[in-house]
Design a protein around this ligand. Structure first.
Ligand SMILES: [Zn+2]
Length: 281
């Protein structure tokens, strides 16, 4: 990243930039653009404009000798704030963390997946990445409570068909349970429970978010991502065996692999072991 830009970042973010660039062997290209086409509907209500977006290009797409490019485009200022982040550089941090996960932690990316209506691969990918990224603000010196879903979303929830769930509901539920620690967090969780009980989805959703909560804390980052991906496709009754994931090796090559049949992970504190058995069917 250009030295002039980097110097204006908080110290913890300068260290983060160095760490990502060292692992990738290239600099992060930060550029201002007129507008960013939202790939996906906004997380926080419909068509909110996207102020920043990280892009990872690799292989032939990178069009350079290193085979990798890291880009963060922004429409205004890298210090920009956008709800739910009320602190300068918090959005920029979020985008850097997307890059860090793929390049430093080398967590796999969903490359090919069954895409029935309303289960776009990029939306599943982002939803799962956010479960880990959002938890890391405090470690990097940002001090604000997580607030991803407002109570109103549940109070006004209308279900098309009892017993059916879609990705938007799954995401809102999971974020409500796991990424909501404001003083109204408990109230929002209760509103979600009432709405989902009525919708006949409560026990299914609770099992899902309990698993994700466990996985998001596991030190086995690669296996945790694989298990989360398996859980989402299994949740929607999709064949997990059809999912391919791109994985960056320690030498920088990318390979495309199926999910392992068995995924073993440790929990953080107690060394507890969990094994996810996949059904390929
Ligand atoms: Zn994101």
């Amino acid at each position: 990243m250009e030295a002039k830009l980097k110097q204006q970042l908080p110290g913890t973010l300068q260290v983060l930039v160095d760490e990502i660039e060292t692992a990738a062997g290239v600099e992060i290209e930060v550029g201002q653009v007129a507008a960013i086409a939202g790939l996906l509907p906004g997380r926080y209500g419909g068509a909110a404009p996207t102020p920043m977006q990280a892009t990872l290009c690799f292989g032939a797409d990178a069009k350079n000798a290193q085979g990798i490019r890291l880009i963060v485009n922004h429409t205004g200022d890298i210090a920009a704030c956008q709800l739910p982040y009320s602190v300068p550089y918090a959005v920029f941090f979020h985008e850097l963390m997307h890059l860090r996960r793929y390049v430093v932690d080398r967590v796999p990316i969903i490359a090919t997946a069954p895409e029935p209506v309303k289960l776009p691969r990029a939306a599943v990918e982002n939803m799962l990445e956010h479960q880990v990224i959002e938890r890391q603000y405090r470690q990097y010196g940002f001090d604000f409570p997580l607030y991803t879903v407002a109570r109103q979303a549940w109070d006004t929830f209308v279900q098309a068909e009892v017993g059916t769930c879609n990705l938007a509901i799954l995401q809102a539920w999971t974020e409500t349970q796991l990424l909501n620690d404001t003083d109204v967090g408990e109230e929002v969780r209760q509103a979600a429970e009432v709405a989902m009980e009525r919708a006949g989805l409560l026990s299914l959703l609770r099992a899902f978010s309990d698993n994700v909560a466990w996985l998001a804390k596991s030190p086995d980052l690669v296996a945790a991502k694989q298990a989360m991906v398996a859980l989402v496709y299994a949740f929607f009754g999709q064949p997990v065996g059809d999912v391919l994931m791109l994985h960056r090796s320690s030498t920088g090559e990318w390979t495309n692999n199926r999910l392992p049949r068995q995924i073993r992970l440790r929990a953080t504190a107690r060394g507890e072991m969990k094994v996810f058995q996949l059904r390929a069917g």
